[in-house]
Design a protein around this ligand. Structure first.
Ligand SMILES: *Cc1c(COP(=O)(O)O)cnc(C)c1O
Length: 393
């Protein structure tokens, strides 16, 4: 390949798949009508949106009329949590979530706390797993919502959401899951997992940015997000983003067809990456579990290293990685996820997330590991902390 860039930040966003792009293109200049219009020409756009809705639903065992198209994962998370809180505020004002949620959920909960709601933030274990037992203990008569993510975007931990959903339903509490990292990457089923609301986003599964879904169980009265036209069954006004929606649908369909082989390929490459890093770089640790983790996700901490410096030096070698979530990069505070799994600040600072796609190759991983060894060595040579440590050892 002429392009020497190695892209290992697929949890931040993915490259739109060629098949997705091809299906979106006619929506711009051919089937460009407003799907709400009456004339026959609008039928093409309306039909394309209908197909996308079926595809988005079918990937998670939902019905098409349970899918609401949104402008992405953050919007879906905000909507789900607020709609339940505001819709059921009469029944109770207590919400349960975890300390490792995405900020789209955490900050919405903090906003609701200011409005008089009470929120319990569950501690995960050292691998980032939320305990169903602890969750069950936290349920109160006035609990109206449990929101726990399907998989963590930083350290890749897959949460026991089927069990959590079962408990929620036994206790008559609604269950929302932020499935932005999981949807299209691991199997999800809203019935089997007792999910009432689920968020997903197009750009995390080889679809376009700025489009997502909120799945909401049929029998729930979802409070509207945007007032105006009657789009999305009167719950989210605004002319539909037809190209985005069509792209989302195609990405969901492709994910359904290729999930197994793609996942297996990513997992093999990711295990190879993890094994090499842990074997060849001293004082490195893997964050998140070895087994129950997203297929393409690897997340490390390197002691005596500043994560930001590591990223800059990797970038100079054409390697795109991340310290964790895109939202925390640039901030000096260590990640809330790493602190929640019990890492001390000085270790949490030296974090590196590398997230693979099925397009990555073994050669790229080899080059990444070699570069990483060299950079970590160089940074430690300049570190007074490391010098101290070596002298004492
Ligand atoms: C990326 C991400 C979001 C936000 O999705 P956007 O479409 O970028 O708004 C929410 N939750 C998780 C877990 C994510 O990884």
């Amino acid at each position: 390949m002429a392009d020497k860039r190695i892209y290992l930040d697929n949890a931040a966003t993915t490259r739109v798949a060629e098949e997705v792009l091809q299906e979106m293109l006619p929506c711009f200049r051919e089937s460009y009508a407003n799907p709400s219009a009456i004339y026959g020409f609008a039928g093409e756009a309306k039909k394309a949106v209908g197909i996308a809705r079926e595809r988005a639903a079918s990937l998670i065992g939902a019905k098409p009329n349970e899918i609401y198209f949104t402008a992405g994962g953050s919007e879906s998370d905000n909507w789900a949590v607020r709609a339940v809180a505001e819709g059921l505020g009469g029944k109770g004002r207590h919400i349960i979530t975890s300390k490792i949620e995405h900020h789209a959920v955490l900050h919405t909960c903090q906003y609701l706390e200011k409005q008089g709601y009470e929120v319990t933030y569950l501690d995960p274990d050292e691998e980032g797993k939320v305990s169903p037992e602890a969750l069950e203990k936290a349920i109160r008569p006035d609990t109206i919502l449990i929101s726990v993510m399907a998989a963590n975007n930083e350290i890749g931990t897959i949460e026991p959401i089927a069990k959590i959903g079962e408990i929620a339903h036994e206790r008559g509490v609604l269950f929302h899951t932020d499935a932005v990292q999981a949807y299209g990457h691991i199997p999800l089923h809203v019935e089997e997992m007792h999910i009432d609301l689920l968020s997903a986003s197009g750009h995390k599964l080889y679809g376009p940015k700025g489009v997502g879904i909120l799945y909401c169980r049929e029998n729930l009265r979802l409070a509207p997000l945007l007032h105006g036209g009657a789009q999305e069954r009167g719950r989210r006004a605004g002319t539909l983003n037809v190209p985005g929606i069509v792209g989302f649908g195609k990405a969901a369909a492709l994910a359904g067809e290729t999930m197994q082989e793609r996942g297996a390929r990513e997992m093999a490459l990711r295990n190879y990456l993890i094994d090499r890093v842990l074997a060849e770089i001293p004082y490195a640790r893997l964050n998140g579990p070895r087994q129950d983790r997203l297929p393409g996700s690897a997340h490390f901490c390197f002691r005596f290293i500043e994560g930001e410096s590591l990223l800059i030096l990797l970038d100079q070698k054409g390697i795109c990685g991340s310290s964790g979530s895109a939202c925390t990069s640039g901030a000096l505070d260590p990640s809330h996820v790493l602190l929640a799994i019990g890492l001390p600040h000085e270790i949490a600072h030296g974090s590196l997330r590398l997230t693979l796609s099925a397009e990555n190759t073994r050669e790229e991983i080899d080059r990444t590991v070699e570069t990483l060894k060299e950079i970590v060595g160089r940074l430690r040579d300049m570190s007074p902390l490391y010098e101290d440590f070596v002298r004492k050892a």
